[in-house]
Design a protein around this ligand. Structure first.
Ligand code: SAH
Length: 476
């Protein structure tokens, strides 16, 4: 190890920063976050620092001296940072600090440093520090970015609660081994999940109950819970952090037809999977309805991941599923996903609203019922509006005809997007008049999404995603 990792208490202690530029501003912000008093020494300050000074000067946390650095500036300092762009000044700061045995950091000059500053993930009171030992700050930053995605934002709150209960847990479990097991269970299980989901009161009540409970084992017969999670339109990169985390910790996953294999791959390996699609030729789903299945699994004490395509609350019947759960008093949480309209439109280069072309955007389902589509046509056929039709492939001809019959010009741009956001994405663009024939000739593979409105003509200019599915000539 080239450096000793430590966390330094600089609360209310004086730290000296030489330099008035943006780098100095960043270091100063960090010192202030850790509760220090900071003296900044520089002939002049950049606007960012001047602003910081105006904000902080009231409390006397930040003091400015428009001077050039000299040794006396370090008189009562516990830490020094040199962040000027003048090598000679930086060296003087370093030498003075070394003489006075004060830890010193010189920006971008490891040789002059007695300490270096790590990249951090801040979930105060939890702080993760990453250092490459001065060899590659970029590498440390990249690693930090990965940790950032792995540690939920609410980790700080989790730690704060653990701190609050620490004394009582210690009192309750006198043996360190039992105490450790208790905390391991609490910090990885329902308690943590409740905190991450913002159910703080319920989390604390749960911890209270666990503490009163005589055994160290989980309460028997405890109900599980259901995570209703939107998996997005197909590209796994569009999963949310929360979805990813729940995919790692569920005991069983119940998934839809629309959930892509690439996404299912990201569920923890040994998690049992139950297919709840609706295709007639597959019998994986038992007789009971999906709602009942979720209830049964949760009652067995399982953490059930109900994974749905897109967003669970947009044409996903997510509302109905959790209504049943709520009726049975089973805890659940809902994680939004990127809905097909957002995903397909972005990847096809079709902005759903645009100052010049569309001030509103409507999502409808174009489900065929007895050969017709039951929609509020006058409302849909308004100018300066984008219409996104889910489940619109079979009813496409009816849809286009009705929109024209209710006043939209037959030349209104319209597109159909096959398997949006995936490697098989294909976009056919035409008009209300031409799209049905274009589509009929193209043998599209579901799922597909229809987008109607002036914004569609931007597709040719703004398309950026070029997967293998796209064929030349798809756009008229
Ligand atoms: N809850 C989902 C929608 C479920 S309804 C969501 O928010 O996206 C199913 C319909 O969504 C499909 O018939 C199709 O119209 C649309 N859809 C879902 N994923 C799609 C994709 N990757 N590309 C195009 N359309 C998609």
């Amino acid at each position: 190890m080239n450096f000793l990792p430590v966390f330094l208490n600089i609360h209310d202690r004086n730290c000296v920063v030489a330099g008035g530029g943006e780098v100095a501003a960043r270091k100063i912000a960090m010192l202030l976050r850790a509760g220090a008093r900071v003296t900044v020494i520089a002939p002049q300050l950049c606007p960012e620092l001047q602003e910081q000074l105006d904000e902080q000067s009231q409390e006397g946390k930040l003091v400015y001296r428009a001077e050039t650095f000299h040794d006396d500036h370090l008189a009562d300092a516990v830490l020094a940072i040199a962040a000027t762009d003048d090598f000679a000044v930086n060296r003087r700061v370093s030498e003075a600090a070394h003489r006075q045995r004060i830890p010193v950091n010189v920006v971008d000059n490891p040789a002059l440093c007695s300490f270096i500053m790590p990249s951090i993930v801040d979930r105060t009171p939890v702080v993760v520090a990453v250092s490459s030992g001065g060899t590659s700050p970029v590498l440390a930053r990249l690693l930090r970015a990965r940790l950032e995605t792995m540690i939920p934002a609410a980790y700080g709150r989790l730690a704060a609660y653990a701190g609050e209960f620490r004394g009582r847990v210690k009192h309750r479990f006198s043996q360190p081994e039992k105490r450790r097991r208790f905390w391991e269970r609490v910090l990885q299980g329902s308690f943590a999940e409740m905190v991450f989901a913002g159910k703080d009161q319920a989390a604390k009540a749960w911890l209270e109950r666990e503490l009163e409970n005589e055994t160290e084992e989980p309460t028997k017969g405890e109900v599980g819970e259901v995570y209703l999670v939107g998996a997005g339109p197909g590209d796994p990169e569009l999963l949310t952090f929360r979805a990813m985390r729940l995919m790692q910790q569920a005991d069983v996953v119940v998934y839809d037809r629309l959930v892509s294999p690439e996404i299912l791959d990201r569920v923890r390996r040994d998690t049992p999977r139950i297919y709840a699609g609706k295709e007639r030729n597959r019998h994986t789903m038992p007789q009971e309805s999906i709602n009942d299945l979720l209830v049964r699994l949760a009652r067995e004490g399982k953490r059930v991941l109900r994974l749905k395509g897109g967003d669970p609350f947009i044409f996903g019947r997510g509302g109905e599923e959790i209504e049943t759960l709520s009726g049975y008093g089973i805890p659940f949480e809902v994680v939004p996903g990127i809905t097909a309209a957002n995903g397909a439109a972005s990847y096809a280069g079709i902005p759903l609203t645009h100052r010049d072309y569309a001030q509103s955007c409507i999502f409808v389902t174009g489900h065929l019922k007895d050969g017709s589509v039951d929609l509020d046509w006058p409302m849909l056929a308004r100018p300066k509006q984008t219409i996104v039709v889910y489940m619109g492939l079979l009813g496409l001809a009816v849809l286009c005809k009705q929109l024209v019959a209710h006043g939209l010009p037959a030349t209104t741009p319209a597109a159909i997007v096959q398997q949006g956001t995936t490697r098989k994405q294909r976009v056919l663009a035409g008009t209300l008049e031409t799209l049905p024939d274009l589509t009929a000739a193209a043998h599209l593979v579901p799922p597909t999404l229809v987008i109607v409105g002036e914004v569609v003509k931007l597709h040719r200019k703004l398309a950026w995603f070029q997967p293998e599915g796209n064929l030349p000539g798809d756009t008229e």
